[in-house]
Design a protein around this ligand. Structure first.
Ligand code: NAD
Ligand code: WQD
Length: 343
């Protein structure tokens, strides 16, 4: 019998790609999502891609009774927990909402898991827990020190998991610290669909390439990097999705952190150049002031995940950007409609 995996936030960007990989590898999947930052069209696209019906349950995970109902209704054996809020700037403006949604959801899920004798938990953490890193590339043992409420919710949920695993040996928890997820499924049927002004570089550059925005603002060119612009460890979302399968397959008793990144970096200007090449479009840009809170370089040391999870991210920047562009070109407005006031 196939294992049934609960994927919270499975209608979202990383969740939908992970659901595709899970189904392709023979798992049964139940998605729980309140669709606050995603579309049921993503789930329909996953069903089309995999040729399987996908169960989507509309659940607000901050409501404990809804989580209990979910576990009562489906034979859940493991949980991959993506659901949550993720915008750094918004978390500074609305910290209580971030603590409420991110911590509340995680605690309701963990509590209900134990009640139903389910102990395998894979959590979407983030490289943001490292703050401004002291060592590069960053190993899991590096000091943590997130610099915003969003990042603190990630570290707090990690702490809860570490405490839980210490309290009961049945827990098997993987804390996956993603670096910078980008790209899309190679079919171009699912991808990242930010609402409003994109916070992240790649979706912004894609919207310039497709003509939705005039130019990219490059946040600073005076960092201590080769070309002066920020360097990040971009990871293809399909590699990231496969990292969740590797984690589920290799969970051991306790709680362990894993960096999911490639180990190599690209600058803002390199991302812009790669997009110009993939799309054949000119990408106008201007250098503006640094963005508050940004760091010069973030790079993963992924060796723990490489050896213990037998996983490696091998899709390079060219593939990431080509796949992101395919999605954007096919779906200029993502899963939504072209707004009436656009030209
Ligand atoms: P996303 O917003 O596309 O997906 C999150 C999903 O959770 C959405 O579908 C949203 O509707 C759902 N959700 C939010 N609140 C909910 C609630 N109360 N109940 C049920 N569902 C709820 O984001 P993503 O980029 O796919 O990120 C997934 C996870 O990975 C998040 O936890 C995020 O913090 C983490 N992460 C993302 C990145 C990144 O750059 N995208 C990097 C590191 C970590
Ligand atoms: C990448 C680079 C910017 C936009 C964020 C979160 C982090 C994680 C991933 C969830 C930086 C530059 C960006 C633009 C630019 N999310 N940039 N112009 O900041 O590394 O990480 O997303 O966990 O928590 O903080 O990613 O894509 O925003 O920026 O020049 O319009 O692009 O300065 O150097 P970041 P990003």
């Amino acid at each position: 019998m196939a294992r049934t995996i609960l994927v919270t936030g499975g209608a979202g960007y990383i969740g939908s790609h992970t659901v595709v990989s899970l189904i392709e590898h023979g798992f049964d999947v139940v998605i729980a999502d309140d669709l606050s930052n995603s579309s049921p069209k993503a789930v329909a696209a996953v069903a089309k891609l995999t040729g399987k019906e996908v169960t989507l349950v509309e659940v607000d995970l901050t409501e404990e009774f809804q989580v209990r109902k979910l576990f009562a209704n489906y034979p859940i054996e493991a949980v991959v927990h993506f659901a949550g809020l993720k915008a750094v700037g918004e978390s500074v403006e609305q910290p209580l909402r971030y603590y409420q949604v991110n911590l509340g959801s995680a605690m309701n899920v963990l509590k209900t898991m134990a009640r139903h004798d389910v102990w395998d938990f894979v959590f979407s953490s983030s490289a943001t827990v490292y703050g401004d890193p002291e060592v590069l590339p960053i190993p899991e043992g590096a000091a943590t020190g997130p610099t915003n409420p969003y990042g603190r919710t990630k570290l707090m949920i990690e702490d809860i998991c570490r405490d839980l695993a210490a309290s009961d040996k049945r827990w098997r928890i993987g804390l996956l610290r993603y670096f910078n997820p980008v790209g899309a499924h190679p079919s171009g049927e699912i991808g990242e669909d930010p609402q409003g002004h994109p916070n992240n570089l790649v979706p912004f550059v894609m919207q310039v390439a497709v003509g939705r925005r005039d130019k990219v603002q490059v946040f600073g060119d005076d960092y201590n990097t080769a070309d002066g612009t920020g360097v990040r460890d971009y990871i293809h979302v399909v590699d990231l999705a496969l990292g969740h399968l590797a984690a589920l397959d290799n969970l051991t008793a306790g709680c362990e952190e894993f960096n999911l990144g490639t180990g190599s970096g690209a600058s803002v200007l390199e991302v812009i150049q790669a997009t110009a090449k993939a799309s054949g479009k000119e990408i106008p840009y201007e250098i503006v002031a640094r963005r508050a809170g940004d760091i010069a370089t973030s790079l993963a040391d992924p060796s723990r995940a490489n050896s213990q999870l037998e996983w490696r991210a091998d899709r390079n920047l060219e593939v990431m950007i080509a796949d992101a562009w395919r999605w954007q070109e096919k779906n200029p407005y993502g899963f939504g409609e072209r707004p009436a006031d656009s030209n």
